[in-house]
Design a protein around this ligand. Structure first.
Ligand code: MG
Length: 230
């Protein structure tokens, strides 16, 4: 372990649970704010913290920003309530499990997460599909560590260093993600990026955002590993 720190995004990169994730956010935000028909805010690849703050802003509720921990607890309740639905409606994206298995088995790779999901939600989403044992979930960067996704890169590297003593650099850290925000996090936070066009953005959009390596999906495990270790 130690040649590469690979940090995976979750939604639309490893799994697709979008409809359930959105429903969980809505139910929790309604419970949090007391508003049944609040104005939603949009933008794939945001951290949940940013999503929460944006939604407060468009509903003139910025005075409730300190309530983020309570909002996360409400989301946790919803995820537990919808565990069966999550498994039934969600799916692992093509090749994701195999890519995670290869990374977990590779002595050259330390595999963890860099996701907009709060850590608890990341666990719910991976556990639903039996993926949580394939990545170092104690490490990584999460959407309740910072509202700005780019900050999660440094947070993840510090967490890895504290836990393992390993020092990764921008050249040996690789983000895998599906949105321009994932690409921006890598460029601003200091990491390489392997973009996958399995979300709402096509390959050209990801390249325009600055990604030099873009895969159609994760289905070719050899190509994935080659891109991660390049
Ligand atoms: Mg994503």
């Amino acid at each position: 372990m130690g040649e590469r720190l690979v940090l995976w995004d979750i939604d639309k990169t490893l799994v697709d649970v979008e409809s359930v994730g959105g429903s969980v956010f809505s139910a929790a935000f309604t419970a949090f704010s007391g508003l049944d028909d609040y104005v939603p805010s949009r933008g794939p690849g945001r951290t949940e913290w940013q999503w929460f703050l944006d939604t407060l802003a468009v509903n003139n509720l910025t005075h409730l920003a300190e309530g983020f921990p309570r909002f996360l607890r409400l989301q946790d309740v919803e995820f537990r309530r919808r565990a069966t639905e999550l498994r039934a409606r969600g799916r692992v994206l093509p090749g994701a499990r195999e890519a995670l298995e290869r990374c977990a088995a590779s002595p050259d790779v330390l595999s963890s997460l860099l996701t907009g999901n709060a850590v608890g939600n990341a666990h719910h989403k991976l556990q639903a599909f039996g993926l949580e044992s394939l990545v170092e979930t104690r490490l990584g960067g999460y959407g309740d560590d910072h509202w700005n996704r780019s900050e999660l890169v440094g947070i993840a590297r510090r967490r890895v260093h504290e836990a393992t003593g390993l020092e990764f650099t921008p050249a040996t850290t690789v983000l895998v993600g599906d949105t321009p925000n994932d690409v921006r996090a890598a460029l601003e936070g200091g990491a390489r990026v392997v973009a996958v066009a399995t979300g709402y953005c096509d390959a050209d959009t990801l390249r325009a955002a600055g990604a030099t390596t873009v895969l159609d999906d994760l289905s070719d495990t050899e190509a994935v590993m080659e891109a991660l270790l390049a």
